[in-house]
Design a protein around this ligand. Structure first.
Ligand SMILES: Nc1nc2c(ncn2[C@@H]2O[C@H](COP(=O)(O)OP(=O)(O)OP(=O)(O)O)[C@@H](O)[C@H]2O)c(=O)[nH]1
Ligand SMILES: [Mg+2]
Length: 302
């Protein structure tokens, strides 16, 4: 490891409203898919770390669930987890979707940001969709409402401004030894990322509320001779009617989900993957502590 001498290392939490682009940014920062992304809100459910090295600094980014007004138990667990991620980091980056600007959700987060004592930075994301003048006025308004050390304007999707952000953070995180090997990009086991990838495909292919009523777990991860990997996963839904939709006519939907997931997992695992998906009805899995443990979430008492 080439981290002798004056190294730096720090945790940077990415927080923001659902859909602001936190996970897209994490993947862009790390240069690899370590967390899942979708057009739908509330995709990320737990804290996901992505690790990268810039100059002498190791930057450990923490992707968090979007912060919104929670209703269900799962929502509460996600939002509590997001704020917890912020409180445990060395630096906190607030992402705002520049096209949405300071809507109700962004305002609510800004109001609570005072409680976070760590140095904060503002990231206006999705600048590819917004005129420059609007960006400048948004930056000013947001800076009037909270104390940010710096403001960045980026497009996580197009990787614009991401290099500048990384270089600034490399100079800003505390001095200290690196916590991970230089080439490590994630601290999550592949079997967990594999479950997340399948969940991403559910988010892509299922409509309306259904993705929010489902969760995915990897039950079996077995390396076969020749280096192939056999993976068995369970998709939990809450009702038989939902199971039918996930399966689709003649099993079409589950087949498409499995095919898309298998491709992505094979790329990440760098091996041939045999993926077997099972869909199970587990009424009230959203109230089952075991499912929260599998997701890496604390089970909220109420
Ligand atoms: N045009 C544009 N779209 C973006 C940009 N960054 C992210 N997106 C899109 O915004 C959507 C949400 O992105 P995510 O990265 O999943 O957002 P998130 O903040 O992690 O969302 P949650 O996990 O639900 O909190 C996806 O469709 C992304 O492709 C950007 O810079 N420009
Ligand atoms: Mg996300």
């Amino acid at each position: 490891m080439d981290n002798k001498g004056d190294t730096r290392c720090g945790f940077v939490a990415l927080i923001g409203a659902p859909n602001a682009g936190k996970s897209t940014l994490l993947n862009a920062l790390v240069g690899s898919k370590v967390t899942i992304v979708s057009r739908k809100v509330q995709t990320t459910r737990a804290l996901i770390r992505g690790i990268t090295v810039e100059d002498d600094a190791q930057l450990i980014f923490v992707d968090t669930p979007g912060i919104f007004a929670p209703r269900r138990r799962l929502d509460r667990a996600m939002v509590t987890t997001a704020w917890g991620g912020a409180h445990d980091a060395d630096l906190v980056a607030l992402l705002i979707d520049a096209r949405k600007g300071l809507d109700e959700e962004a305002e609510a987060i800004l109001q609570r940001l005072d409680e976070v004592k760590q140095p904060k930075l503002l990231i206006l994301n999705k600048i590819d969709l917004v005129a420059k003048e609007a960006l400048l006025s948004l930056a000013k308004t947001a800076n009037d409402k909270a104390a940010f050390e710096a403001t960045f304007m980026i497009s996580a999707l197009k990787s614009e401004g991401v290099g500048d952000l990384k270089r600034w953070l490399a100079g800003r995180v505390p001095a200290g030894p690196w916590l991970y090997p230089a080439d490590q990009m994630s601290d999550a086991p592949l079997r967990q990322l594999a479950a997340e990838i399948t969940r991403e495909k559910l988010f892509e292919r299922l409509h309306q509320e259904l993705p929010y009523h489902s969760t995915v777990e990897t039950d079996v991860w077995k390396e076969l001779r020749k280096g192939d990997i056999r993976i068995e996963q369970t998709i939990y839904v809450e009702r038989e009617s939902q199971r039918k939709i996930v399966l689709g006519k003649g099993g079409q939907t589950i087949k498409a989900i499995g095919e898309a997931a298998r491709k992505d997992i094979a790329e990440i695992a760098d091996a041939k993957v045999h993926l077997f998906l099972f869909v199970k009805v587990r009424e009230g899995w959203g109230e089952d502590p075991e499912r929260y443990r599998a997701m890496g979430l604390e089970f909220p008492k109420e």
